[in-house]
Design a protein around this ligand. Structure first.
Ligand SMILES: *Cc1c(COP(=O)(O)O)cnc(C)c1O
Length: 354
């Protein structure tokens, strides 16, 4: 049996928790009292610590700042009616972090550091996990180059950190999306399947152009011909057409979403026909035109399910059926909430308790 790690803990003397109104939380504005850090130097992870959340020093020459040598994850913890803290599918986030690390020439993070760091942090900041219905604690693990060297090469030193913030009830307002036919998020052979900083900065401008035209978000298409649907913002996309659940197959241009995986698992468990394959824009547009597009939604940790009520493509907008009648997305959302809050049997073993 492996021993537990030596994580030094320096508790804050000035908790900010009394300043937080848990009934009215703005996403990403307030961070919990503590953060976890591990440092990688000379081929080893050391100096594991939990300390008060605060600004930190970084070399002005760090490749994280210049070349985007940074990766991240996003997951949530929930407090159930008995005050128990449940974390949803953290093993998947750990796996994906190391997939991103590999692509960015970063070291693999040992499993024990990820899980003990997370567990100790959540124990210490237990009060920060809100219990108001619909709320959660958002968990942001990330790793970046801590080198003091501006050359372009694999970095040698890194920091892995975890910060957390309470997030409010996300009443997913239906979103209006535009199918992008010019700008590109990812191409084959690129890094689209990774949560690395470099994928997100350049996506803001095309999204802003769409927002200026009244859409909420983009749906990206393939970088070669703009013929196939890929994903949307920080969500995978799914369609229910003629009673079948259809979503683009994974590849190196699409992020392997954990919400996506969970939705597909539930659909299969319920005996629904699931198709993971190339999805042509033309197919979705034709289905929308002919009234066969029953549901469309984004799937991601932030909203779980974000219903899409309008799809814009070239110069046309397609209005989708009302959200109230969407049997599959509503059922899947409820089932996921029930699993996360321990209200039903965790039959897929998705929840770990802190
Ligand atoms: C994080 C992310 C998703 C959703 O992944 P989840 O694990 O479900 O949160 C989808 N697409 C992109 C580009 C992402 O960054």
């Amino acid at each position: 049996m492996t021993e537990t790690l030596n994580i030094s803990i320096n508790k804050t003397a000035n908790s900010k928790i009394d300043q937080v109104d848990f009934n009215n939380i703005q996403f990403g504005k307030v961070y919990s009292d503590h953060m976890f850090t591990a440092e990688y130097r000379n081929g080893e992870w050391n100096n594991l610590r939990i300390e008060p959340y605060e600004a930190m020093r970084i070399s002005p020459a760090s490749p994280a700042l210049h070349y985007g040598i940074s990766i991240f994850e996003g997951l949530k913890a929930f407090k159930d009616e008995k005050g128990q803290v449940n974390v949803f599918r953290a093993d998947k986030n750990f796996e994906r972090l190391n997939i991103s690390a590999n692509r960015m020439c970063m070291p693999q993070l040992p499993e024990q550091i990820f899980f003990e760091g997370l567990n100790e942090l959540l124990k210490l900041d237990n009060q920060w996990v809100p219990d108001v219905p619909g709320t959660a604690l958002y968990i942001r693990p990330f790793m970046f180059s801590n080198d003091d060297y501006i050359g372009i090469r694999p970095s040698e030193s890194f920091k892995f950190m975890i910060i957390t913030c309470p997030v409010g009830a996300y009443y997913a307002k239906p979103v209006k999306v535009k199918i992008e036919d010019h700008y590109v998020r990812a191409v084959e052979g690129g890094s689209g399947y990774c949560k690395t900083g470099c994928n997100y900065g350049p996506a803001i401008y095309p999204a802003k152009l769409a927002q200026d035209k009244g859409y909420d978000q983009l749906v990206w298409t393939d970088g070669r011909d703009h013929k196939y649907i890929e994903e949307s913002g920080t969500m995978n996309v799914m369609f229910v057409i003629d009673g079948k659940l259809i979503t683009p197959a994974l590849g190196d241009t699409i992020l392997n979403g954990i919400t996506r995986d969970s939705v597909l698992a539930l659909a299969r468990d319920w005996g629904m026909t699931v198709e993971e394959r190339k999805v042509e824009v033309a197919e979705v547009v034709a289905a929308a035109r002919e009234g066969r597009l029953q549901e469309a939604f984004g799937a991601g940790t932030a909203a779980t399910i974000a219903p899409i009520d309008l799809i814009g493509y070239k110069d046309e907008d397609f209005q989708l059926p009302p959200v109230e009648g969407r049997v599959f997305s509503q059922k899947v959302l409820k089932e996921l909430d029930d699993i996360k809050l321990g209200r039903i049997d965790d039959r897929f073993n998705w929840v770990s308790k802190v």
